[in-house]
Design a protein around this ligand. Structure first.
Ligand code: FUL
Length: 476
C-alpha cells in the first residue's frame, strides 16, 4: 500500500469514527442515579393488585378504631385462589395485602398482639391469611408483598418507644415466614393510639429489618427508599415524572407530597413512583359501593396515566364479606384487560424500517427500538442530547397511541421529545412530552401515515430508546 493510500484510509477512518461518534461500539456511560436490579425488576412488573381486607370489610368503616371485636372477621367462603385467578387474568404481576391496617388487626396469628385472626371465628381461629395468600401467589407465579401500617389504633404500647420494637417484631414475623416478598408497603399515616399519643416511628429500625430479612424487597413509603408515593390516590402521575428525587427532602407523611409526583431531573436518588388507587370509592369493600366500581374505560385511563407515565399501578380490589372478589369488580377487570390487550397487544410499528440522524454504531442501531426487546436499545453518540428516529412502516397504518421506553439501566435521560407524522409530504407534530422513563404512552390524534418521527429534543446526556411502538384503541 502506498503512503498516500494509507493516509487516505486513515483520514477516512477518522471521519467515519467522528461521524458515528468516537464511541463506536461502546455503550454510553451510566448516568447516575441508577436503579438497583430490584427496582428495575419491580418497574417492569407495571401492574400489581392491592388487597384491603380485614374487620373493616365487615364493619363498613375505612379506618377501624382498634376496638372492634375480632370476632367480626368471619369470611365464610374465603377462597384466595379465586382472588389469584382474577388478578392473573387481569394481568397483575404481584399482590400486596394489608397484613395489618390502622386498626392493628393482624391477618396472620401474630404473637405480638391479641388483635389477630387467632381471636376470630374464621377457620376456628386457626387460620393464617398471609400464609394462604402467599402460597396461592407462589403457585400461580405472582409476586407477593405486604402492607403493614405502622399506625396501630389497637396496640397498647403505641405511643411509646416499646411499640417500635413491637412493630419491628411484627415485620420480623411476616418477613421471615412466608417466602420471598417483593414489596413492603409502609403507610405514612401517624395518628394517635389507644393511649392518646402519637408514635415517633423508628424508620431506621423498620427499614433495616426489611433489608436484613428480605434484601430483594423494594420498600415503599412516601419517601422510599425503594419506591415513592406518587402523591395522590387517583392513580394518576403528572405528565413529567422523573424516577429521580432528593429523598432527604421528604419523610413518610411529608406535607410536601405534592412534589413527589414529578420528582426532579436533579434528584440524587433513584426512587420511582407508584400510583395506588382503588377500583371502588373506598379502600375496603362495602356492598353499597357495588354500583360505583370503576368502569373498564376508567381503569384503562388510569393505566395510561400511571404505567404510561413511568409509574407502576397498584390497583386495590377489596374482597367482600364472603372473602371473594365481587362480580362487579371481576367484570370491570375483565373489560379493562380486554381494552389493554386489544390496544397494546398489537404493535403497529412491527416491520418498520428505522433510520436515525444520530448513530452510535454497532450494537446500538436505530432498528433495536422495534425489536420488542427492552434490553436492546438505540443510543445517540456521546456529547449529543438530541436525535431523531424515523420509522417507515410497511404500509400506511392508523394509530392513536405512541409508546416510548428508555433503557433505564443507564439512567433516566430524556427531558423533551416530539412525535411527528408524515401527512401528505409534510411532517406534522402529533405529540410531545418531557420525560419518558420506563414507559411513556403518548396519546395522539387518530393518525394514518406510513412515516413516524420521534425527535428527542433534550436529555441529561446522550439519549437511549429501548422501544417505540404504535397502537390503536378500539373505537368506542
Ligand atoms: C392510606 C390509608 O389511610 C388508607 O386507609 C389506605 O390504606 C391507603 C392505601 O393509604 O394512607
Amino acid at each position: 500500500m502506498t503512503t498516500c493510500a494509507i493516509a487516505w484510509l486513515l483520514s477516512a477512518w477518522v471521519l467515519a469514527t467522528s461521524a458515528a461518534g468516537a464511541n463506536r461500539g461502546t455503550a454510553p456511560m451510566p448516568l447516575r442515579p441508577l436503579p438497583t436490579p430490584q427496582q428495575l425488576a419491580w418497574q417492569r412488573l407495571e401492574l400489581n393488585a392491592f388487597v384491603h381486607f380485614g374487620p373493616n370489610a365487615f364493619t363498613g368503616v375505612e379506618w377501624g378504631s382498634g376496638r372492634e371485636d375480632p370476632r367480626v372477621f368471619d369470611p365464610m367462603q374465603l377462597d384466595v385462589r379465586q382472588w389469584v385467578r382474577v388478578f392473573k387474568a387481569a394481568g397483575f404481576k404481584g399482590v400486596i395485602i394489608t397484613a395489618k391496617h390502622h386498626d392493628g388487626f393482624c391477618l396472620w396469628p401474630s404473637k405480638l398482639s391479641t388483635h389477630t385472626v387467632a381471636r376470630s371465628p374464621w377457620r376456628d381461629g386457626k387460620g393464617d391469611l398471609v400464609r394462604e395468600l402467599s402460597d396461592a401467589c407462589r403457585e400461580a407465579g405472582l409476586k407477593f408483598g405486604v402492607y403493614l401500617s405502622p399506625w396501630d389504633r389497637h396496640h397498647p404500647t403505641y405511643g411509646t418507644p416499646e411499640y417500635n420494637r413491637v412493630f419491628a417484631g411484627m415485620l420480623e414475623e411476616v418477613l421471615s415466614s412466608y417466602g420471598p416478598i417483593f414489596e413492603v408497603w409502609f403507610d405514612g399515616a401517624n395518628g394517635e393510639g389507644p393511649n392518646g399519643k402519637r408514635q415517633v416511628y423508628d424508620w431506621d429500625l423498620f427499614q433495616s429489618t426489611v433489608q436484613r430479612l428480605q434484601p430483594n424487597a423494594v420498600i415503599f413509603s412516601d419517601s422510599g427508599p425503594g419506591v415513592r408515593w406518587v402523591g395522590n390516590e387517583r392513580g394518576e402521575a403528572p405528565l413529567t415524572t422523573w424516577s429521580l428525587v432528593d429523598v432527604s427532602r421528604y419523610y413518610p407523611g411529608t406535607p410536601l407530597f405534592h412534589e413527589l409526583g414529578e420528582g426532579s431531573p436533579f434528584g440524587r436518588d433513584w426512587v420511582p413512583p407508584e400510583c395506588d388507587v382503588s377500583i371502588r370509592p373506598g379502600w375496603f369493600y362495602r356492598s353499597s359501593e357495588d354500583k360505583r366500581v370503576k368502569s373498564p374505560r376508567r381503569l384503562f385511563e388510569i393505566y395510561e396515566a400511571s404505567v404510561g407515565r413511568n409509574c407502576t399501578l397498584l390497583l386495590n380490589v377489596p374482597p367482600d364479606q364472603r372473602g371473594s372478589i365481587a362480580d362487579a369488580d371481576i367484570s370491570a377487570l375483565e373489560g379493562f384487560r380486554r381494552l389493554v390487550d386489544v390496544t397494546y397487544g398489537t404493535d403497529l410499528a412491527a416491520g418498520a424500517v428505522v433510520d436515525a440522524n444520530a448513530v452510535r454504531g454497532p450494537g446500538f442501531e436505530p432498528a433495536l427500538v422495534v425489536d420488542r426487546d427492552v434490553d436492546t436499545y438505540w443510543a445517540a453518540p456521546d456529547g449529543t442530547v438530541r436525535g431523531a428516529l424515523t420509522l417507515t412502516l410497511p404500509e400506511a397504518r392508523r394509530f392513536d397511541r405512541v409508546v416510548l421506553q428508555e433503557y433505564l439501566p443507564l439512567g433516566q435521560r430524556v427531558s423533551g421529545f416530539l412525535v411527528e407524522a408524515m401527512v401528505g409530504d409534510t411532517w406534522q407534530r402529533i405529540g410531545h412530552g418531557t420525560t419518558i422513563g420506563h414507559k411513556r404512552i403518548v396519546v395522539v390524534p387518530p393518525t394514518v401515515t406510513q412515516k413516524v418521527r420521534v425527535m428527542i429534543e433534550d436529555a441529561r446526556a446522550c439519549p437511549t430508546l429501548a422501544r417505540v411502538s404504535l397502537h390503536r384503541t378500539p373505537s368506542k
